[in-house]
Write a protein that binds this ligand. Structure first.
Ligand SMILES: N[C@@H](CCC(=O)N[C@@H](CS)C(=O)NCC(=O)O)C(=O)O
Length: 209
């Protein structure tokens, strides 16, 4: 297997943290997003959506999307479980992972990509060009604050995002919070449940990945 990564980007970091939690080592290829390598003919052949991460299987098939890559690896390496154990736990993990992507990641991505100087015609990832819309950057910033409130409330009654166990939903949420820091947006001081949880997940050795 071959893992297509970019060491500075949030989405492949989610996979790197997952790999570190599992103790899995993969042949890794760095794709330089800064110089536009994701748009090269070679990489388009691997992922026509022009994003990382990608996991290329030995038979040449390529898996894209963080959650699909982790799900595939989970089937090969079930311990320690990162998608919950019981059907209800597994549903909670997928539910919270989806909420984190839709409420958190997309908010930060909108805020970042609609304002970054280097992304003027690349407000969305992928091979097409889309202009920045300043109002979307502003709306994204407001949505980030709403996301912080939402997960602080969830973490009031739960040790981790999906319950009393660490999972891929925690990885996703931690990476979103670190991505928001690119915009100098941090959780508010009164989000104490979020602060308690963040301290514990960021202290795991895998968080350095
Ligand atoms: N939904 C995708 C998102 C992947 C994504 O957005 N990757 C970003 C890095 S965080 C990327 O490759 N961006 C390329 C670009 O900015 O052109 C997933 O979960 O894997």
């Amino acid at each position: 297997m071959k893992f297509y990564d970019c060491k500075t980007a949030p989405s492949p970091r989610r996979v790197r943290i997952y790999l570190a939690e599992k103790g899995i080592e993969l042949d890794t290829v760095q794709i330089d997003l800064g110089s536009g390598e994701q748009f090269s003919p070679g990489f388009r052949g691997i992922n026509p959506d022009c994003v990382v991460p990608v996991l290329e299987l030995d038979d040449g098939r390529c898996i894209t999307e963080v959650i699909a890559i982790c799900h595939y690896l989970e089937a090969l390496h079930p311990e320690p479980p990162m998608f919950g154990r019981t059907p209800a736990e597994q549903a909670a993990v997928l539910m919270w992972n989806t909420k984190v992507e839709q409420l958190g990641f997309s908010a930060v991505a909108d805020a970042f990509r609609n304002s970054a100087k280097g992304l003027v015609d690349k407000a969305l990832t992928g091979p097409e060009s889309y202009s920045q819309i300043p109002e979307l950057a502003e709306r994204g910033r407001a949505r980030i604050h709403a996301f912080f409130k939402r997960i602080d409330a969830q973490l009031a009654d739960h040790q981790f995002m999906a319950g009393d166990f660490y999972s891929v939903a925690d990885i996703s949420a931690m990476v979103v919070i670190d991505f928001a820091a690119w915009l100098k947006i941090a959780p508010p001081a009164d989000a104490q449940n979020l602060a308690r949880w963040y301290e514990s997940v960021a202290a795991r050795a895998s968080a350095a990945a």
